[in-house]
Design a protein around this ligand. Sequence first.
Ligand SMILES: NC(=O)c1ccc[n+]([C@@H]2O[C@H](COP(=O)([O-])OP(=O)(O)OC[C@H]3O[C@@H](n4cnc5c(N)ncnc54)[C@H](OP(=O)(O)O)[C@@H]3O)[C@@H](O)[C@H]2O)c1
Length: 283
Amino acid sequence: MPILVTGATGTVGGSLVRQLAAAGHDVRALTRDPASPAATALPSGVEVVAGDFARPHTLVPALRGVTRMHLVGMDGYGPLTTGAEILELARQAGVRRVTHLGHNDPSREDDDPIEAPHRPLHRAIENSGLEWTHVFPGEFMANTRDWAAGIRTEGVVRAPFGDWNSALVHEADIAAVIVAALTEEGHAGRVYQPTGPEPVRRRDAVRMIGEAIGRPVRFDELTPEQARQHWKDDYPAEVIEWFLEMGRYPDGNAWVAPDVEQVTGRPGRTFRQWVAEHADDFR
Ligand SMILES: NC(=O)c1ccc[n+]([C@@H]2O[C@H](COP(=O)([O-])OP(=O)(O)OC[C@H]3O[C@@H](n4cnc5c(N)ncnc54)[C@H](OP(=O)(O)O)[C@@H]3O)[C@@H](O)[C@H]2O)c1
């Protein structure tokens, strides 16, 4: 029986598909566009199917014959709002187990502007009648790919908060946690928070990229106002304000969780490893 992976063309979903396929599982990958380069690059043998969360009934063919699925909690750029409908279709199709990749800051209330759009999905999953596992990772190492164009063209990263310290996590470690939750017993009702094995300050991350590509990369530290301007075409205003508020607490994301090692039996990959694997993106 195939395992359905949604978000299969994404950073974590792509790694998840590859890990499941390499372990010999039958994988069905969902995408809005099976002809996209990311979808056609999925490993041969993976069944690629079309479906769009915005129109839940389009997932019915993808759910056929599926008992385990992975759900990425996003729709386009925003949080997934059709989760309850999708989960009901999944239940009707015979799905019994769901892993969920999403966002949660447990220190914030339900009416917090950043958290509020995510919480109904969390509840829908917990009340779905399925075996569920939430995966709420720390900041992705892969987010640094946003710097790639500036590094390639000018050898510079422009960002605020050089002292920002974050236990950046490798997408393959997040995916490995999800593989375990999908394929082993004992993960139902668990909330995992995968992080990397050590915190990395932003200016050190920039330096490590320079070392990996063999030429120095300059870090131009932006003021919060300069950052607002710099990000205004890339992120919604409330997300920019959230980033800037987080930046006031430089060690707020520095916490290293034991989850990757506890769930997978292996320590998490370091940022230096991630950069070595992705150096060509920055050249
Ligand atoms: N980045 C971080 O630092 C961070 C930290 C914590 C949590 N997260 C969580 O991680 C998740 C994002 O994971 P990611 O970075 O691996 O994703 P990603 O690389 O941004 O890819 C998004 C995936 O979602 C699919 N998708 C988007 N809208 C869709 C729709 N309407 N219908 C069907 N599929 C849709 C896309 O598929 P197609 O385009 O092929 O249709 C794509 O595979 C989010 O839930 C986010 O909250 C991220």
